[in-house]
Design a protein around this ligand. Structure first.
Ligand code: AMP
Ligand code: ZN
Ligand code: FE
Ligand code: FE
Length: 258
């Protein structure tokens, strides 16, 4: 029985629904609570908290932090941290500056190649990501779908690709720990190598995301065993971004693990 969806994006990063809208969806799905976990920003939390209080839902502060371990990009979910932590605020300040710089570099490249008109603008969002560029390409008719935008212009194999500088995952785990929070490795089934998982556990990782749309029964079983073997906590969530994602509330946990 899923009562808490612990992986949800909003318009503060690359989701398409506002914080109050995802809270409405959580209530409509019959959940007891939710965590809003935007990429590298806490901007959605005040609005989400107010909406959750009004709807009688538990709102757990969360965030999904992009990082790299041994050259592999990994996403680290963090929960129940001190939102005023100077360590976290410093990290998110750096991350949003890097994201804006990268988005502007993509925009420049696309304009130079005639894929976007001179007047094309990035949205006014703290934590920009590739989905914002995909939507811009689609809005100008350069591509028909988001996945066409990714496949042709936004993946590492595309000639227009620009990499994102990432902090070491081990440092992110330590930073969240110092902010009094817990960390959970997001969607390990997205091809995260075993050596990377072990390096994060060594660095003090708290838990792993078990229930996620990218995981089938076999992967859920595999990661459950791995978590049990290393005494890790277990989290879950839908990774809701838009109408095209798995439904909000379709993945999660039955009790809050932290
Ligand atoms: P970024 O943080 O800028 O690297 O963008 C990563 C985000 O883009 C992920 O969190 C997904 O939401 C989205 N994404 C990544 N690959 C694809 C894809 N092939 N199609 C659609 N969305 C994608
Ligand atoms: Zn995303
Ligand atoms: Fe992710
Ligand atoms: Fe996510």
């Amino acid at each position: 029985m899923i009562r808490y969806d612990l992986h949800i994006h909003t318009t503060a990063s690359d989701g398409v629904f506002r914080p109050d809208e995802v809270v409405f969806f959580a209530a409509a799905a019959g959940l007891s609570g939710l965590a809003v976990t935007d990429h590298d920003t806490l901007d959605a939390l005040p609005e989400a908290r107010a909406a959750a209080a009004e709807a009688g839902l538990v709102l757990t502060p969360g965030v999904e932090i992009s990082s790299a371990v041994g050259g592999v990009e990994v996403h680290i979910l963090a929960y129940a941290f001190d939102e005023d932590s100077p360590h976290l605020q410093h990290l998110f300040g750096e991350q949003s500056a890097r994201r804006r710089e990268r988005a502007e570099a993509f925009l420049k490249t696309f304009k130079e190649r005639g894929l976007l008109p001179e007047g094309a603008r990035l949205p006014d969002v703290k934590s920009l990501g590739r989905p914002h560029l995909a939507r811009l390409l689609a809005a100008h008719g350069t591509v028909q779908t988001m996945s066409e935008a990714f496949d042709r212009y936004l993946v590492p194999t595309a000639p227009t690709f620009i990499p994102k500088p990432l902090p070491p995952g081990e440092d992110v785990v330590e930073c969240v720990r110092r902010a009094g929070g817990v960390t959970s490795l997001a969607h390990p089934g997205h091809a995260v190598p075993h050596r990377v998982i072990m390096a994060l556990i060594e660095a003090g990782l708290w838990g792993m995301e078990i229930d996620h749309p990218a995981h089938d029964d076999m992967l859920r079983g595999y990661y459950t065993e791995l978590a049990d073997r290393h005494g890790l906590g277990k989290t879950g969530g839908s990774d809701f971004h838009s109408q095209a994602s798995a439904a909000l509330g379709s993945h999660g946990v039955d009790t809050l693990p932290f």
